[in-house]
Ligand binder design. Structure first.
Ligand code: NAD
Length: 486
């Protein structure tokens, strides 16, 4: 097993620009913290706005040559990256656990999930297709082809440091685009390690550039304003997404926005309760509750709500909370102290308004930013946690009496990322597919993510889709040509 000191001894610490790791122009450094200990894990370069533009220069300079490579060769480089990731899985898993906090077993799960985007898009690259045929009048031939959109700026969040990066970088590279990547300042190490892996897989200098910075807004704005940039892809919160969309409007940039969620989890009276409880624990507590797809509101039929609450509480009480590097831990630390304060405030608000606290509910004394796995029952309609993303291991139950009411409660949010429905009635399942206002749905399952699936939301959960057949089109633009004669 790889040790922390062995891992950090070889960890890249510079900005990765034009095929080399280098110090930032300001000479400033950024401290990466371990949320399980509250200690500094590593110190890395902190990019200035000027460094961001140098990274964009490199992406622009490499763009034409990369776009001109064959789709097959781009696919083979991505496949090589997939293979290298399998070889280096221990290093990636440990890095994620140390900088983000998720239990090691989940970090290995993210290596698998994140790696699948490399494999999937290695297979999609040679399938970029066009159309050719006569116009309806029979007077001309129409050719529709796909071109890489151009240099891209990719911004990723801290909660899935590897998968959110591969979900953007792999389709961009497959499509023939060059990129500047800005990981979240809380979890930059995984992306630096990944830049090194891509270089080893044969990605040419300038095709992928990584800037790590503590000044996200200051470094991002000039890149987004630069007329050479053609695409902005962001995963993060809805408020930041709105700001970036406004900035992107000036350049009329292509944008993809994977934003926040407030997922409903519906348990009908005819659900298989064992299946619903298993699904609930996955949908809520995976990633310590810090997933955009995390179930936020458990809307449970009143005839089974008591039994459901009892069973999930028993299972939650058996969880082990602690550093993600320890064996048997199911709940690691939250990302930082602010996240703990937010969770505590949301639980206190719900309890003050009448919710019943069945287990947990409190922050745990440091070191580290831990919060108890929590179950709340009979959460009243005015509780803040029914409207806000909880982003913590807090399961909130709201009873309902009719299907109509369940749908109304589920859709009563500005978000529309994912919904979960548990029922054994096939007709009801189909009604829910039609009626839940979300981009994705799990029917009798608690996790829907897959590299082969189009991931994304409607309403204020975002724009565009990542993964699936759709994902590569976020990085392609359609060109139509007409030639006289059929
Ligand atoms: P965040 O919006 O705070 O930050 C995301 C990224 O934006 C980080 O890299 C951050 O440094 C940067 N950033 C922040 N302010 C900025 C600004 N003004 N200009 C430029 N960059 C800025 O989100 P987070 O807390 O890192 O991640 C959690 C959020 O991400 C949650 O809302 C979650 O639902 C969402 N998320 C969505 C998906 C999805 O696919 N829909 C996936 C994962 C996370």
């Amino acid at each position: 097993m790889l040790s922390q000191s062995e891992l950090l001894a070889t960890m890249p610490t510079g900005l990765y620009i034009d095929g080399a790791f280098r110090e930032g122009s300001s000479g400033r450094h950024l401290e990466v913290m371990n949320p399980a200990t509250g200690e500094v894990l590593h110190t890395i370069a902190d990019a200035s706005p000027a460094d961001g533009l140098v990274a964009l220069d490199a992406a622009v300079a490499a763009a034409d040559a990369w776009a001109a490579t064959s789709a097959r060769s781009r696919g083979e480089i991505l496949r090589k990256a997939f293979d290298l990731l399998q070889e280096r899985r221990d290093a990636f898993a440990l890095t994620m656990t140390l900088e983000m906090g998720k239990p090691l077993v989940e970090a290995y799960g993210e290596v698998n999930y994140g790696g699948e985007f490399l494999r999937w898009f290695s297979e999609e690259a040679p399938r970029i297709a066009g159309r050719y045929g006569p116009n309806p009048e029979g007077t001309g031939t129409m050719i529709v082809s796909q071109r890489p959109v151009g240099p891209c700026f990719l911004m990723t969040p801290w909660n899935f440091p590897l998968a959110m990066a591969t979900r953007k970088i792999a389709p961009a590279l497959a499509a023939g685009c060059t990129v500047v990547v800005k990981p979240a300042e809380l979890t930059p190490l995984t992306t630096l390690l990944f830049a090194q892996l891509l270089e080893d897989a044969g990605v040419p200098a300038g095709v992928v550039n990584v800037i790590t910075t503590s000044s996200s807004a200051e470094v991002s704005a000039p890149i987004i304003a630069d007329p050479r940039l053609r695409k902005l892809s962001f995963t993060g919160s809805t408020p930041v997404g709105r700001t970036l969309l406004r900035q992107a409007a000036d350049g009329v940039l292509r944008t993809s926005m994977e934003l926040g969620g407030n997922a409903p989890f519906l348990v009908f009276e005819d659900a298989d309760l064992d299946q619903a409880v298993d699904g609930a624990l996955l949908a809520k507590f995976r990633n310590i509750g810090q997933a955009c797809t995390a179930a936020n509101r458990f809307i449970v039929h009143e005839s089974v709500a008591g039994e459901f609450a009892h069973r999930v509480t028993e299972r939650v009480q058996a969880f082990r909370t602690g550093p993600g590097t320890e064996d048997g831990v199911t709940i690691g630390p939250l990302i930082d102290g602010r996240a703990v304060d937010k969770a505590a405030a949301l639980v206190d608000d719900a309890v003050a308004k009448g919710a019943r606290l069945l287990t947990g509910g409190r922050a745990i004394e440091g070191p580290g930013s831990f919060f108890e796995a929590t179950v709340l029952d009979r959460v009243p309609a005015d509780a803040d946690l029914l409207r806000e993303e909880i982003f913590a291991p807090v399961l909130a139950i709201v009873p309902f009496s009719t299907e109509e009411q369940a749908v109304q409660l589920a859709n009563d949010t500005e978000y529309g990322l994912v919904g979960y429905v548990f029922t054994q009635d096939l007709a009801r399942g189909h009604r829910m597919i039609a009626r839940l206002a979300t981009g994705m749905m799990g029917l009798n399952v608690g996790v829907v993510s897959n590299a082969a699936a189009p991931f994304g939301g409607i309403k204020q959960s975002g724009l565009g889709r990542e993964g699936g057949l759709e994902g590569i089109h976020e990085y392609l633009s359609t060109k139509y040509t007409l030639i006289p004669g059929a």
